[in-house]
Design a protein around this ligand. Structure first.
Ligand SMILES: Cc1ncc(C[n+]2csc(CCOP(=O)(O)OP(=O)(O)O)c2C)c(N)n1
Ligand SMILES: [Mg+2]
Length: 391
């Protein structure tokens, strides 16, 4: 198995095609609808006369794909957490459970040529950008099949047009504007989705970046994944204004329900169109993380168990979407159960491989430091006595 998966069964153009041929998708075996329309919560707008549509449609095929992707990420994260507790994963491990609708919804309105850069909560994004489940789990176990060959771990996963996985809070934001700058310079009609958390939202470098991005009208969507907490500090305790979508001042902004995959898809569709014509926009996705900040944080000292329970019960992105699929007849309970079983087996198989895979040989750890090192380049180890030629 390769660390990269084929990009799902549906490319965005296939989704468009599927949408157009509507009824043909309806599998006669199940009494399901070919498409359905839902109403999202209102979007909050900053410096915009018009926002994304609140009437959102989806096809059966697209909806099932979203369900499968969100379930895969949830299962993968639960497995990663268990592997950490069993000491099969060492180092850092930041789980994305609860936030699945964010990456799945945004990716649906992007093409593989658009770029993404995020912070360290990167497993879900790695997967949705094309890294296989094994590519993620073997990276966590430090094995060869990991997407960074086990050299990166939880915070340093990369893929095609996916610039990681960055551990320094906020540092990826100027880099994202740089990627957008390159796209504009090369006259490519693509965008860079630059993500950060509520905990990074008050940093000076963000405001410097907003200034340059607006000055040069870069095709950058700045996304604040607001999960309510930066480590153990709530957004309210850390921020004089928690209206993150307004914090770009002269950069327009939108706030959307980050627990609703269709609302996120619609918001990103609007943002992509907007930035290609007008320059940067800020999108705040209101979401929640179920786990603690990382595996060393039980996540219960700064918020109550009741709070987490209430979000799980009332707002869970997968459960609420499942209810939509069933009530609109887009899928049957049996079909979704079958997907759950398939996903469980797929993740279990990848976890087994990730545990038993080989590690990189010691001398290989000295490679890939520079892109094209000189032939006689000697790499120093942890102490000045240990060296190895770079291959
Ligand atoms: C520059 C810097 N300062 C502090 C830290 C320690 N740190 C790691 S994560 C974090 C909180 C970030 O919270 P947020 O941006 O909301 O992301 P979330 O964990 O909620 O996804 C902090 C302070 C760091 N990694 N880098
Ligand atoms: Mg946060």
């Amino acid at each position: 198995m390769l660390p990269f998966r084929s990009l799902g069964t549906l490319s965005p153009s296939a989704v468009t095609k599927a949408w157009k041929c509507g009824a043909a998708l309806c599998n006669g075996k199940y009494s399901t609808a070919a498409s359905a329309t839902f109403t999202t919560k209102d979007f909050d707008l900053h410096k915009l006369d018009m926002g994304p549509a609140t009437e959102v449609s989806t096809t059966r095929e697209e909806a099932i794909q979203f369900y499968r992707e969100m379930q895969t990420i949830r299962r993968m994260e639960t497995t990663a957490g268990n592997m950490y507790k069993a000491k099969q994963v060492r180092g850092f491990c930041h789980l994305y459970s609860g936030q699945e609708a964010c990456c799945v919804g945004m990716e649906a309105s992007m093409t593989p040529e658009d770029a993404v850069i995020t912070a360290y909560r990167a497993h879900g994004w790695s997967y949705i950008r094309g890294v296989s489940i094994l590519g993620v789990l073997a990276e966590l176990t430090g094995k060869k099949s990991g997407c960074s060959m086990g050299k990166g771990g939880s915070m340093h996963m990369y893929g095609k047009n996916f610039y990681g996985g960055n551990g320094i809070v906020g540092a990826q934001v100027p880099l994202g504007a740089g990627i957008a700058f390159a796209m504009k310079y090369r006259k490519e009609k693509n965008i860079c989705v630059t993500l950060y958390g509520d905990g990074a939202a008050n940093q000076g470098q963000l405001f410097e970046t907003f200034n340059m991005a607006k000055l040069w009208n870069l095709p950058c969507v700045f996304v604040c994944e607001n999960n309510g907490y930066g480590m153990g500090t709530s957004a309210e305790r850390a921020s004089a204004s928690i209206d993150y979508y307004t914090r770009g001042d002269y950069v327009p902004g939108i706030k959307c329900d980050g627990m609703d995959v269709l609302a996120v898809r619609e918001a990103m569709k609007f943002c992509k169109d907007y930035v290609l014509k007008n320059g940067p926009i800020l999108l705040e996705v209101a979401t929640y993380r179920y786990s603690g900040h990382s595996m060393s944080d039980p996540g219960t000292s700064y918020r109550s168990r009741e709070e987490v329970k209430e979000v799980r019960e009332k707002k869970d992105p997968i459960t609420t979407f499942k209810e939509k699929l069933l009530s609109s007849n887009l899928a049957t309970a049996d079909e979704l159960k079958k997907i759950d079983t398939e996903v469980r087996k797929e993740v279990e198989a990848a976890a087994e491989l990730a545990k038993n895979d080989t590690e990189l040989s010691g001398d290989y750890l000295y490679n890939q430091i520079y892109n094209q090192p000189p032939a006689d380049y000697i790499v120093r180890g942890c102490d000045p006595m240990t060296t190895s030629p770079s291959k």
